[in-house]
Every structure is written in C-alpha cells, then in structure tokens.
Design a protein. Structure first.
Length: 95
C-alpha cells in the first residue's frame, strides 16, 4: 500500500472517538467529509498526536478542521459484493 502526503479542510461527520491501539497507544479517530455537497468524499482520520487526543471534546459533528498527514487508499469488496474504496489518513497535524 502506498501513501501520499496530504493537506485538506473538512467537516466532521460525527464526533471523534478516543481509541487505544493494540500496543496501548491512545489515538483519536473520526470520519470527515471533503468537497462540495454534490460530490463529497468521505475520509477516515486517525491521529496519535497527544495534544490532539487530549482535545477530543472540540471534535464534534459539523466542526470544520484542517488536516495534514499521509493518505492511503484501500480497495475491497463490500458485504453486498460491490467494490468499495476506503480512504484513510494518518494525521500528524489537525487544527
């Protein structure tokens, strides 16, 4: 899987969630929407940045954010048999 650096503005789809990785590291996960209302793209963002994880209460549905990180795209087959594309970002900077 290859990744590219990215930076974008987005709106949160729902509030962010605190999670814990298998290695015990705390991280923040949320889904956001980029693009216009006619043709939006949905991206799952994860960050291990401690200062961001501590501010989880600021990341609520509809909040506008700026993200910098590594973007990856994964193709898979959904439960309905149709092809799906997952877009994920491992973020190092979120404001």
């Amino acid at each position: 899987m290859s990744t590219i650096d990215c930076a974008f503005f987005a709106a949160l789809c729902r509030k962010a969630e605190n999670r814990v990785a298998r290695n015990g590291a705390a991280f923040l996960k949320f889904d956001c929407r980029v693009g216009d209302d006619c043709d939006p793209m949905f991206i799952t963002v994860r960050t291990f940045d401690a200062s961001t994880v501590d501010q989880v209460s600021r990341f609520v549905a509809g909040a506008l954010i700026y993200v910098e990180g590594k973007l990856s795209v994964t193709k898979r087959t959904g439960a309905d048999g149709r092809p799906k594309v997952d877009v994920d970002v491992k973020a190092w900077h979120i404001r």
